[in-house]
Design a protein around this ligand. Structure first.
Ligand SMILES: C[S@@+](CC[C@H](N)C(=O)[O-])C[C@H]1O[C@@H](n2cnc3c(N)ncnc32)[C@H](O)[C@@H]1O
Length: 221
């Protein structure tokens, strides 16, 4: 950069910071700091196990980007795959219908993520070739096709997709692996996640473990 342009840039930055709101730090993530920390700590714990990482429900990819950065910094990009599974088209109609008709939820409060686009999403991650995007309803996806799996972040909010997916994921998980589930908080719009998580733990005889306000964990011995 020429010695002429740099001082102008710094002056513009100072004006923007001092006289506008452009410099206010924001928190872009959909999940709590303790969940991001848990995901990284779990990644570090399982990194010597064989297997891939899976995030189910990725929205625009904020958490994907956060973990991908960690994988790149640890120079592990060539040793694993990070599968990012989403409909890339919001919730399925039948999952929403179940929340409204069987769980008494308000459809307008549940709606979201309709902005997404599979091709744009993939383009946004070309710098991270180990991130493999898969467009699918997680309830019907064949997890054996991406096994072995050592760490999962399951973040699809509603009861049915979580209730259907947890047993399949657990089956594909390596011993020592973990499934991290978001929204494990009762009496909220997305407490279908809480119900499905608690039911799964009860069926398997697993003691529920919630970190922070809503981060459920399932370990496989
Ligand atoms: C809360 S967002 C995920 C946020 C993301 N994990 C993050 O931390 O930034 C929920 C995502 O789940 C996806 N989703 C909902 N139902 C799904 C289903 N049955 N199969 C796959 N993806 C689904 C939605 O399209 C949406 O992108």
């Amino acid at each position: 950069m020429s010695s002429f342009i740099k001082p102008i840039k710094e002056t513009l930055k100072a004006i923007a910071f001092r006289y506008t709101r452009l410099g206010v730090p924001t928190y872009p993530y959909c999940i709590e700091p303790i969940q991001l920390a848990t995901l990284i700590n779990e990644f570090e714990r399982v990194k010597h196990l064989p297997g891939n990482i899976v995030e189910i429900g990725v929205a625009r990819g904020l958490t994907t980007r956060f973990i991908a950065e960690h994988i790149k910094n640890q120079k592990l990009a060539n040793s694993l795959e990070y599968f990012a599974i989403d409909t890339f088209d919001s919730f399925t109609a039948s999952d929403l219908d179940y929340e409204v008709k069987s769980r008494g939820k308000n459809l307008q409060e549940l709606r979201g993520f309709e902005y997404n686009d599979f091709e744009v999403w993939k383009k946004n991650f070309v710098a991270f070739p180990f991130v493999k995007a898969i467009q699918s309803d997680c309830s019907i996806f064949d997890y054996a096709s991406i096994a072995p799996i050592k760490l999962v972040f399951l973040d699809v909010d509603l009861y049915l997709p979580i209730q259907k997916t947890l047993p399949k994921l657990f089956e594909a998980l390596v011993p020592g692996g973990a499934i991290v589930v978001d929204d494990i908080l009762n009496n909220t719009t997305y407490d279908g996640a809480y119900q499905a998580y608690m039911e799964f733990c009860a069926t398997k005889g697993i003691l529920p473990k919630v970190i922070g306000n809503r981060c459920g964990i399932i370990y496989k011995d």
